[in-house]
Ligand binder design. Sequence first.
Ligand SMILES: *Cc1c(COP(=O)(O)O)cnc(C)c1O
Length: 402
Amino acid sequence: MDKPAICGGIPVRDTKIYYGHQYIDEDDIRAVAEVLRSNEITCGPKIKELEDKLCRITGAKYAVACSNGTAALHMAAMAAGVQEGDEVITTPITFAASANCALYCGARPVFADINEETYNIDPAQVEALTTPKTKAVVAVDFTGQSVELDRLLSHCRANHMVLIEDGAHVIGTRYKGRCNGSIADMTTFSFHPVKTVTSGEGGAVLTDNEEYYRKLLLYRAHGITRDPGQMSHEPEGPWYYEQVALGMNYRMTDIQAALLISQLDKLPVFSQRRKEIVKAYDSAFAGLPQLVVQKEIPESDTTRHLYILRLNPHRLRIGRKEFFEALGAENICCNVHYIPTYYFPYYEKLGYQRGICPKAEKLYEEMISLPLYYAMTDQDVQDVARAVTRIAEFYGKGPDEA
Ligand SMILES: *Cc1c(COP(=O)(O)O)cnc(C)c1O
């Protein structure tokens, strides 16, 4: 691989920029310090306050805050009744947790291919892969763009399946005017620092279904209840509680909840800025035949978590690896989201083979995630766009060149 000098002498910038970064202000720090000075740093009042706020923001009836997005998916799969012998359909272009939640419950993940323009799970593929064993669909709003909820929901209703929306990227997005989080049977969020809002580590499940809600509360805390209505025996005294299900400890602390409550106040400005950056990138790349821009569907008013640059192999003399390295030489430190889940050795050993989702596999070969986060300056955005353009043009080729 040629070194950066050939691409234009000196790098577009002399300090490194990364693909994602949290934004923490003094209000966030004050909110956390306040909890640290209080009596309850976990199982305290901030959890309910956060859950109420998530409901208010999304329009969901119930929210259950938990330790991370992976825990949220696990609890949602349990609440959906996923168990041994079941199948759960999901996309391979996601973080491994979207499929792992089926494995935690003893079920088999089934991978459906993507729409090659939006990169989201293709509802037609979900329909084709549905069998009498299919218990649930885990649909990922990849990059923050909503999946086709109407079609997925009606298919799930008709086949007695549960639609779990992995909304780790989606907070702030609206589907046909309604907030994601209030539409699927259950929606999970992640509040890891690279996501749009953060609690350090954290997650939540949102639902309108009271039965799921009760189960989620149990699974979050060992399966233990203090509600006499859920007990098998007469309470023996004020100390008494019962374990009535096999749950986990997936609780969030009040320290984390306070941080997230404060972060959520900034969601509108975070969302606005992310939209601006996406617009700037889209218009910078629109005229470059070497690049492909992710298609936006009009139903989704998207708060983008990731910006995916897709390379057009017919118009470039280099592959993804070389492009990625050339960006690194310009001090633009990117990432790739995601390696198809079934490529991992753990999945290979379970019998999954390459080739089952050709569109997802092709996307993986051609994709790079560019920096996208609230705190990026206009200069940062310009630097990234300039570096991408410089590399695309330098390594570009005509449509008929070999
Ligand atoms: C981040 C992420 C998760 C997992 O969330 P954690 O909070 O890191 O456990 C699950 N699914 C998707 C699509 C994600 O991006």
